[in-house]
Design a protein around this ligand. Structure first.
Ligand SMILES: Cc1cc2nc3c(=O)[nH]c(=O)nc-3n(C[C@H](O)[C@H](O)[C@H](O)COP(=O)(O)OP(=O)(O)OC[C@H]3O[C@@H](n4cnc5c(N)ncnc54)[C@H](O)[C@@H]3O)c2cc1C
Length: 408
């Protein structure tokens, strides 16, 4: 007998996990537990205090903490366990948790992984130089400023120009710090172009086609050197660097488990209903597609909660096979990254696409020699592109083809 024996265990209390719990309880599923490793619930929005949440869900902008308060008001009868990290996922929906009294075994009929995403660190980006204090991600910066009311530096540089990088400008602004510069490796910002106006208005120069070449310090950071593709060099005096964006799904649990992983993206396999290679484990929110907006992750959680409620009520036992979804260059990932098909019935699916750089091109979806979808799309890395209503005919049992997606 384990202490936790739940119908549904949700790992992570961000917008996606809360959304799934809300839908499941509304559908009458009982005995749901959310496990959260932090002391407070809410995931990333709990320390994002600018008005960038709520538009899609409530029709008005609100801060992250307010957004979490509002969505929690709709989430009733769910047990929430904070300060508990889930440390392993096993076969047969068993899992292990780390608590103050040690490691415990737990069980659920269904496990939802809603563990979010993290930003790529300086080391993973292969930025060389010394290792002084003052090098942070945006998420860590927001915790310092919004949650602890302090800032670890006075003059900072922001590496990256994703939406979250502009969020870092706001956050520094709240601590009365104007960033020295933003550094972008490409020839345009990754976020929507109007964000440039915000940087301009706040007096933050953006250096395009540029990379950090050196980090100089004694025990504290002293200077950052950058160089552009054309060989132009700059040296900035500063005591902080924020490595923002380049999100990676927080999927260490899945990667160390029996779940199958997509070798192209390192994201666990998940089908059109967000079910992983084990139908009793689902992957949702930014763990599945690093990284989308908080409102989108909450709405996805609601949708998937309903799918899981259906599945728990009527387990569908008809023979199903995977069709892998593979993608070509300039495409970062697809959601789903596989489809579960029966040999009897056709189905229509939507596929979400994220790209690696700005692209105006023809998206083609092919399966078993047939073109299933072809349309020109304007693609931006910050925007997800929905390929709607792709029709898949019943599977030929001998056909081992993959669905191939290209962008030309
Ligand atoms: C720095 C930053 C700023 C952002 N700013 C905005 C913004 O201004 N507006 C906006 O719309 N979106 C913003 N986003 C994106 C938005 O916050 C996310 O889309 C949203 O929070 C994703 O929800 P989620 O539930 O998938 O994950 P998260 O919100 O990341 O929640 C995941 C939760 O899982 C918990 N967890 C992880 N692993 C374990 C484990 N093993 N055991 C137990 N618990 C675990 C984490 O502690 C966390 O609480 C930002 C993202 C970042 C990183």
């Amino acid at each position: 007998m384990t202490e936790y024996d739940c119908n549904v265990a949700i790992i992570g209390s961000g917008p996606a996990g809360i959304g799934a719990a809300t839908a499941l309880t509304k559908r009458g599923v009982k005995n749901i537990t959310i496990f959260e490793r932090e002391a407070d619930i809410g995931g990333i929005p709990r320390h994002t205090k600018h008005l960038t949440y709520g538009l899609l869900v409530f029709g008005r902008p609100m801060t992250g903490p307010n957004f979490i308060k509002k969505i929690m008001a709709r989430c009733k009868n769910v047990k929430i366990e904070t300060n508990i990290s889930v440390i392993a996922i096993k076969q047969n929906s068993e899992f292990e948790i780390a608590t103050v009294s040690g490691v415990q075994k737990a069980r659920a009929q269904h496990i939802i992984l809603a563990t979010g995403a993290r930003e790529t660190t300086r080391h993973a980006r292969l930025v060389s130089g010394l290792r002084p204090q003052g090098i942070l991600s945006t998420a860590a910066l927001q915790q310092y400023i919004y949650s602890f009311g302090t800032c670890p530096f006075h003059k900072a540089i922001i590496v990256g120009t994703e939406l979250v990088s502009f969020s870092a400008i706001w956050t520094l602004w709240r601590a009365k710090i104007r960033p020295v510069a933003m550094i972008e490796a490409n020839n345009r910002i990754t976020a929507y172009r109007p964000a440039v106006l915000m940087a301009k208005a706040l007096g933050v120069p953006i250096f395009y086609n540029s990379k950090i070449t050196d980090i100089e310090s004694d025990d504290k950071l002293k200077t950052i050197s950058i160089e552009s593709k054309s060989g132009e060099k700059h040296k900035f005096e500063c005591d902080g660097v924020i490595f923002s964006g380049e999100f990676i799904g927080e999927n260490s649990l899945a990667q160390a488990s029996h779940l199958q992983i997509n070798p192209q993206t390192n994201i666990p396999l998940m089908d059109e209903n967000w079910l992983s290679s084990d139908v009793d484990v689902t992957l949702i929110g930014n763990a599945a597609h690093p990284a989308d907006m908080g409102d989108q992750c909450y709405l996805e959680g609601l949708k998937i909660g309903n799918v899981i409620a259906d599945q728990m009520n009527h387990k569908n036992d008809s023979i199903k096979s995977f069709i892998a979804i593979k993608h070509g260059s300039n495409i970062k990932m697809t959601t789903p990254n596989m489809v579960r098909m029966s040999h009897q019935s056709a189905k229509n699916i939507d596929i979400l696409l994220h790209v690696t750089k700005q692209y105006w091109g023809l998206v083609t979806v092919k399966y078993a020699g047939k073109t299933l979808y072809q349309k020109r799309h304007r693609c931006l890395p910050a925007r997800r592109i929905r390929l709607k209503n792709i029709r898949l005919e019943p599977l030929n049992i001998n056909d081992k083809s993959s669905i191939e997606i290209s962008l030309e």
